[in-house]
Design a protein around this ligand. Structure first.
Ligand code: ADP
Length: 600
């Protein structure tokens, strides 16, 4: 991406503030003229005073010169104060507004992306966050550089250069010749630094991802005593980063030295040249100061050119990935998708699916989900059950084959509309920071307290909430796993979708909590299309129809009895589950218990 592309991409963000831009530009123009006043005044002062002295006059005749100088310089400063204030303020206002829009823009955008986007390796939370933060930072700095730094300096430089040429063509030419050399040096510097800056960015992203991953796995790290290994990993990253920074600095300083040298040569040349013209009688003595000061106006922006160049380069590197996020082609939904009446009759035809990392997770899936029935998905972990549910919820798109819902291709159905009709209860449901009330209400954002309580009652959690000191205003994150699960189920009652996907809803819970939740689930299953993934015998037996998955394929399907008597994968899994429960012993315990009761 070059600077032009960058500006093209930034344009829509700056466009709403074009009045601010015009105001800033006008002030810039005024400032570029007032910046030359010092040089003009000094030349006037030196020449007028020189003339007075040469003609043998003194202070008595020179008062008007002093008054003139004072009025001009003070007047200029007053104007300058206003202009600079306006320029900085409008520039800053522009920067702040653009930054706000960029931040909001990217959040709105990536909220619409498919899960596949967030699953890509380079989009892990830490990396994504760094890229977004730095992207917004650099882009807004770019706006600032352009409107507050570059533009004023360069207009002033061009005006100064014009004045130099106007006063003396040769001096102007010398000043002009320095400029391309300077530009060339800055360009070379930027070229050399480009690669390292990119590495620096990658290093920084890795570092923040590393810190995040340490925080996320701190329990594992500590329980295995792996602190030193983790710290070594970080040290390695840190060292790479430091090397990179040193290289970057070294090159920068080398080129900075060279550039200062060139600039000084420019000044020397101008002094020599103007002194020559003065001695030759072609110029007044005030012109020496005049040109030196003007050259200063020309070289000042060029001096800060490398800083600006660095920042622009940074902005380009970071904004490249920022715009890649903003324009990721994971965006969904052309408009005009349909909103048919949804019953829940899913049909999958030859569905194939690959994860973004290339893993072939679903192979030749053909299945039919009956509406208003309970369908169980059974299989060893990693068989592809959750993946299948993700596809039905349109979190991912099949690579080939098609998924029909009530006869209509899922792709044709409006995604938001579809998800409004699907309830998802996962093994570990997400409870947000906030009260229990807010967490349940997430299912229907305008629900009243009565509705929320009603949902909690159906999910068998109402009584327990009432026992908390703060009741529905208690912090939901403080609840136990089983309670959180029931909050999620209550949320689902509020949402009241016709289709429900349950992905191991009791897997992480103890027996009593599981039993209570089973009760809540039995309630919510009624009259809906339900797909349940479970390792719980009772939940599988409850299903009307079962699909057995193995390594991404459907291995068997049928009703419980028929499947069990097929002596295949289902029987194997079912027996293993029963065995793990030690059913014989359990049965014996119950028998003994019953015998004792009959004896007594
Ligand atoms: P199940 O629900 O049957 O336990 P999953 O559907 O979660 O299985 O996973 C099926 C396969 O896809 C597994 O081999 C798993 O490693 C892989 N997988 C799951 N999620 C991802 C992902 N985001 N990226 C790549 N591979 C994945």
């Amino acid at each position: 991406m070059n600077l032009w592309h960058l500006f093209q991409k930034l344009r829509p963000f700056v466009h709403p503030y074009r009045l601010l831009v015009v105001a800033t530009l006008l002030l810039t123009l005024i400032a570029s003229f007032t910046a030359q006043v010092n040089a003009l005044t000094l030349q006037y002062a030196v020449d007028s005073i020189n003339r007075l002295i040469e003609s043998g006059q003194g202070l008595a005749q020179g008062w008007h010169i002093l008054i003139n100088i004072s009025v001009i310089l003070l007047g200029k400063e007053v104007i300058n104060a206003f202009v600079q204030f306006g320029q900085k303020f409008y520039g800053e206002k522009l920067r702040i507004f653009v930054s706000q829009d960029l931040a909001q823009g990217i959040i709105e955008k990536f909220l619409t992306y498919r899960l596949a986007f967030f699953n890509e390796d380079h989009n892990q939370a830490g990396k994504l966050q760094t890229r977004i933060d730095r992207g917004i930072g650099s882009l807004t700095r770019l706006v600032q550089i352009f409107f507050i730094d570059i533009l004023p300096l360069f207009t002033s430089a061009i005006v100064a250069l014009g004045l130099m040429f106007y006063a003396n063509f040769y001096v102007g030419l010398v000043a002009l010749c320095i400029v391309p050399i300077y530009f060339w040096l800055t360009y070379k510097q930027a070229q050399k630094l480009g690669g390292w800056r990119r590495n620096l960015r990658d290093g920084r992203e890795k570092k923040s991802q590393g810190i995040l991953s340490i925080i996320n796995s701190i329990t594992v790290i500590k329980s295995f005593n792996r602190e030193s290994i983790e710290s070594e990993k970080q040290l390695k990253l840190q060292k790479e980063l430091t090397d990179n920074q040193m290289q970057t600095r070294q090159t920068s300083f080398l080129f900075d030295g060279l550039k200062t040298f060139i600039e000084q040569i420019g000044i020397v040349l101008i002094i020599i040249l103007t002194a020559y013209f003065v001695l030759d009688g072609q110029m007044s003595i005030g012109m020496i100061m005049y040109h030196v000061l003007l050259f200063n106006n020309v070289s000042a922006p060029i001096r800060s050119l490398h800083r600006i160049y660095d920042e622009v380069n940074d902005a380009m590197i970071y904004s490249e990935s920022f715009f890649r996020i903003l324009e990721a082609d994971h965006e969904i939904e052309p408009s005009g998708r349909q909103k048919p009446l949804i019953h829940g009759n899913f049909e999958l035809q030859n569905v194939e699916f690959y994860y973004p990392n290339g893993h072939h997770a679903l192979k030749q899936i053909n299945m039919q989900i009956q509406p208003n029935k309970i369908t169980a998905l059974v299989g060893l972990s990693g068989a592809g059950k959750s993946t299948l549910i993700s596809l039905l919820d349109k979190f991912y798109q099949p690579a080939s084959g098609q998924i029909l819902l009530d006869g209509m291709n899922l792709e044709q159905i409006d995604t938001q509309y579809l998800r409004d009709h699907i309830g998802l209860v996962l093994q570990k449901n997400h409870i947000f920071q906030g009260t229990i009330f807010d967490n349940i209400r997430y299912g229907k954002t305008d629900a009243s307290l009565e509705e929320v309580m009603d949902a909690a009652k159906k999910a068998s959690i109402h009584e327990q909430i009432l026992q908390l000191p703060q009741g529905y205003d208690a912090d939901a994150l403080m609840l136990s796993g089983g309670q959180q699960q029931r909050i999620a189920i209550a949320r689902m009652f509020l949402k009241n979708p016709p289709i429900i996907f349950l992905d191991e809803p009791t897997a992480s819970l103890d027996a009593i909590a599981s039993e209570q939740i089973k009760h809540s689930l039995d309630q919510i299953k009624q009259g809906r299309t339900v797909i349940i993934i479970s390792h719980s015998l009772s939940q599988i037996i409850d299903a009307d129809y079962t699909y057995v998955m193995r390594e991404g394929r459907i291995a068997e399907h049928g009703e419980h009895d028929a499947l069990y008597h097929q002596d295949g994968a289902y029987k194997e899994i079912f027996d293993a589950m029963a065995k793990s429960l030690n059913i014989e012993k359990i049965a014996k315990t119950f028998e003994e218990d019953a015998e004792e009761e009959t004896h007594s």
